[in-house]
Design a protein around this ligand. Sequence first.
Ligand code: GLU
Length: 306
Amino acid sequence: MPITTAPYIGRFAPSPSGPLHMGSLVAAMASYLDAKVHLGTWLLRIEDLDYERNVEGADMAILASLQRCGMHWDGEATWQSRRLPLYAAALKQLQDDGLVYACGCSRKEIHDSVVRANVPKGGAAVYPGTCRHGLAPGKTARALRLRVPQGADAAYAFADCWHGPQRQDLASGVGDFIVRRGDGYWAYQLAVVVDDGAQGVTRVVRGADLLDSTPRQLYLQDMLGLPHPGFLHVPVVNNDIGEKLSKQTGALAFDTGTPAAELLASALLPAARFLGLDVRADNTQAFWRQAIPAWAQRLAQLPERA
Ligand code: GLU
């Protein structure tokens, strides 16, 4: 489907695996600024479906940190764990269309067959399609996988606003991927697509660690009859830069007792600098007043303008 021209809706979708840190603050800031520049809506969605990685209280800590930074979301925040029927309905639709099959492979079996197939060391473990035509005798169903298109239809291309043209062949790049895990948890790829669709998200702004998930999400959107949003992936705060930032500025201080000036110096200004924004404010309000036009300027320098 073509990119939608509906009114701008963006979102920040943190996983509550810990408090907000420099990496997630950068993603939050970019998606917030992008929504503001487009006079759009900015939603907040807690992605808490990986129950083993959830840290108790991290969701509320993230919400409080965003508020302290002056990033106020529109409407009520949502939690994926409260939206499970939506994912079940999407799975049913995919199953009805014959796109889903049960997989009985363990991680080790996949790894071993990938190694046997001579995939270069360090290459991603592409699912070799072992259970595509049915479970081998004696195997028990674990995860549910989505069939990806083969041959000429396998390529998914899109223009990322920050990184420019992207392309991935789903068959050779990832293979049939998991939509419901062996432990019964909903897979990130399915849930994120269902929610972005249900919430009318028109532009996804997030960290570049998810750049290579995007073709899978575009494919899922096509299979579920959902429009494609636009995508902008901001660089990930890697160790070097993270260390540099924290050396200069100390740990992120989001506690309610932390003076606003310290929050500005230790969190907001370094995150803005990381995004290439020239902001020199001495209080939080002035920071956002300057950061919004600075983001508009930054967008104008990117490979794919929007
Ligand atoms: N929940 C994901 C994370 O915290 C982000 C998902 C997304 O923005 O699509 O890394």
